[in-house]
Design a protein around this ligand. Sequence first.
Ligand SMILES: Cc1cc2nc3c(=O)[nH]c(=O)nc-3n(C[C@H](O)[C@H](O)[C@H](O)COP(=O)(O)O)c2cc1C
Length: 303
Amino acid sequence: MVSLETRIGKLKLKNPVMAASGTFGTEYGELIDINKLGAYIAKTITLNARIGNPPPRVCETPSGMLNSIGLENGGLDDFIKNKIPGLKKLKIPLIVSIAGDDAGEFKRLARGLSKVKKISALEVNLSCPNVKHGKRNFLIAQDEEATYEIIEAVRASTALTIIAKLSPNVTDIKKIAKAAEKAGADALSLINTFVGMAVDIDTKGPILGNVTGGLSGPAIKPVALCMVRETYKSTRIPVIGIGGIMDYKDAVEFMLCGASAVQMGTANFVDPSASIGIIDGIKKYMTKNKIEEIRGLIGALKT
Ligand SMILES: Cc1cc2nc3c(=O)[nH]c(=O)nc-3n(C[C@H](O)[C@H](O)[C@H](O)COP(=O)(O)O)c2cc1C
């Protein structure tokens, strides 16, 4: 018997597979059994409601997609009042993704969500490329000091497991990962999307209403694998691998590079049951290769 159980901070997951924030709503429950996943990650919320970016907000690119949703959401109070009752019905751990303009907003989000019993962890989204972050003209996860400041503020405001979600739009991912670890993050998830754009040669304009968007899907997987490996080698906390995972083979690649768990985003738009197939595939791979526990896979890359 193989065990797919994995640990992310205080969180014990029955398997390492999750759908990435913003790509998988509870309406997927009409198509698949969400309770088969390791955990459920909600779409990023902010303190106050946001209307998001102008349309079009998504477009297809070679081996990937661009999105510029812009964190559209109803804000913290709306989330607790209108979304939590439905999410409470889930039988798996609930991870809530949060974003803010400054440490004060992150603190208020962390404090407010810590009072909600069903929530097991916060994924701190330091890396959404589609929004302006207050007075800053860079992403939090592009700066070591800003990363440290925000994670430290969240750490001081919650006892929940903290997952810092990092950006690939950086020169050295190790420096940012170490800053998040030092500030008290229990785990790191990476990668969020790459800033990109698409052009319509007939209109001679950008295809996305926001001009730029975030690139995701198979196109980003090789870079994501490399960043996961670098992060795994330079920190001591669990790493969650994200970026172009479409099937179980991709997921196993990330685990060999050091991921304790994986998330898939774009795959959910191609096949809503992709995550379930990935759980089954990992199990079969482990059985075939006589690997009894997930930790036999994590970081087992032969170099
Ligand atoms: C339509 C769309 C919406 C997204 N919304 C969020 C979000 O709200 N919060 C977040 O942290 N990441 C968001 N992401 C990024 C994904 O969670 C993930 O990090 C990224 O897509 C890379 O994974 P993938 O290649 O498997 O899609 C979004 C991605 C897409 C495609």
